[in-house]
Ligand binder design. Sequence first.
Ligand code: NAD
Length: 362
Amino acid sequence: MNGKSVKLAVLKGDGIGPEVVQSAVEILRFAAERNSLSLELVELKIGLEAYKLFGRTFPPETLEGMKLCDGWILGPLSAGSYPKDDQDYPMASGKIRKEFDLFANIRPIKSLARGLNKNIDLVIVRENTEDFYPDRNLFKGYSEFWPNEDTVLSLRVITRKACARIAEAAFRLASSRSGKKLVTAVHKSNVLIEGDGLFLEEVRKAARNFPEIRLNDGLVDSVAMQLVTSPQSFDIIVTTNMFGDILSDVAAGSAGGLGLAPSLNSGEKYAMAQAVHGSAPDIAGKGIANPTAEILSVAMLLKWLHSKIGNESARDTAGDIERATYEVLDSTESAALTVDLGGEANTKRFTREILDRLGKLV
Ligand code: NAD
């Protein structure tokens, strides 16, 4: 990686993955060209396509190829329906987060287009490596167990290190953006007394280094309700893995739908663009998916690359992608908007609209 050129892996994923990733890549290429960003894209196989070719959903060649890139664009994976004989069962996405220590899952939720609520502008900062996720919360092994044929034990792991670093990531973000300067720590410490007690302790410790940021906290059930009734009151939400996963869908629903919710998985060395939504089997192959979430995830990845390597063309490319996408989403023409937003456009038409806007940006 040098100051100017950027090498990204493209992993299309399953279901609507190839459709939304293709759209995001077309837009990326066009915006990169406009901003003289030297870009190399490498396609790597993952998911059901990889299973057909290699008998597994996350082949070693893909992992090795990823190591040679500056960042990755991943489409959603149909992990819920992967064959049980897949060597990479249950899912590549967890393996990637664990292998590359992508500990912070950053999920911005903004009112775009026709959401239930206006003026939402919050970010969910979700811990990504432990908690109730059995595919990544142990050094080795899978943390669900069958002590007998009628009982399953699922292990929750909360560590001081993971809590401390996600808390710091949340405060840094609150400090760097022109928001409400408010971090809300979301937990269930009345029930998960020890684990969420530890989480809160580390959040409060991190808060001491950011005196300009207010710290609030709330129980996850109550916050879920507020994300529907008064989502405008939040700025940064920091939380553990599973709560963050669930709350991002709640907040996305309030703001306009899953098709609009981007996300970045990031660590110290690597980052991966991956929309919040899944592979949407109910609409896969119909060409009607909303690619906004994947497109804006790519913009997040470019901004992350700028913050790491100072590549200004990457930052400008991200800025153009965001502006053109927001302009199309602001459109009142239903012909330009996708079906999930009440419009009539298919994925290709919506992509063309963004490409047209990109061409006209000054
Ligand atoms: P989902 O997010 O795929 O779909 C939920 C609903 O939202 C569906 O009605 C779908 O049509 C709609 N939707 C999602 N993305 C959309 C888009 N871009 N445009 C328009 N509508 C969109 O959730 P699900 O149905 O519960 O899960 C399907 C599969 O995806 C499962 O196998 C699950 O394991 C997997 N999954 C993967 C990820 C990921 O890879 N990041 C995340 C969540 C679920």
